[in-house]
Design a protein around this ligand. Sequence first.
Ligand code: TLP
Length: 357
Amino acid sequence: MYEDMAGAAARRGMIDLRSDTVTLPSPAMREAISAAELGDDVYGEDPTVNRLEELAAELIGKEAAVLVPTGTMGNLSAVLAHGGRGDRVILGDECHIYRYEAGGASALGGLIYHALPNGADGTIDLDQLRAAAAASDDPHQSPPGLICLENTHNRCGGVVLPLSYMAAAHAIAQEHGLPLHLDGARVFNAAVALGVDVREITRHVDSVQFCLSKGLSAPVGSMVAGTRPFIARVRRMRKILGGSMRQAGVFAAAGVVALSEMVGRLADDHANARQLAAGLAAIPGLDIDLSRVQTNIVRFELRDERLSVADLTGRLRERGVLVGGMGGQTIRAVTHYGIEAADIDRAVQAVREALAG
Ligand code: TLP
């Protein structure tokens, strides 16, 4: 009855690898959207939102969860619920909260970003983390408020933080009485890559934000999860930020399908990413670290003096392939629902031609 909209980009002739945010809802999501029972969620009366929040809390292993429109609002409302004006948000200098969320915690909440170097593997050195987390009696210093990690780590190429690292970072946070927040926009990708239940990851954090609208393919929505009192504070922050919605069951219905049906298939995206990476590795003029291709993100560097990243992405666009520049010589390609193994072959061929021509 419904067209498979995930194929829409492909039908337009483009292989869109710019992000997994470009995914379109599955046929099952479209059916769920049209059949969704609705109510006013500001009154707590949207049964579909309530179902999604209960399901999300259970799957992610936390007491409660709340639906927010975007990952950015999810992270911001969580950070504001954890810390106060003048507190430091300790995070990695390559993380999304620091690089791509417009400084929201400072701009709106008066918190200070304390950025520590991210290693290529997405981690922050534990000694540096421990030193940053230690509170000082010196009135010149601003107090630590919380620690944030990102898993999978987007700018580091979708790498997965090891469970042992999550546990060690959590121990440091606990030692210093700080909450640990996880930007888990793609935490289900991390769980699938590790072959563990996602709760094995989230048990090491106090709160988590995860996106329904990336690899899980829902059109809109992220969840924030944590203890009941924390989620009550997040609800207040969401209200302040203008993110409390009315008949949000319209897209929460797709979120229920995302969590029930779309997690397992992330393994296909990971296999496609590995296939893409292997193809790119064989092309002269490109540099790629295959050990970092662990999930659905392929990060590679252009090492061809004859053309710029903009030249290459432009030539790829002419050949029906969209990828994104990440600054400098770095390019990102992301696999997702609607991208098949045959598209990967076509994309690799397009890159070969673009660099040859
Ligand atoms: N990431 C987007 C861009 O903003 C870079 C993408 O295309 O990958 N955390 C992480 C780790 C993310 O990658 C993103 C989106 C977010 C948070 C924010 O989610 P939204 O876009 O829903 O606000």
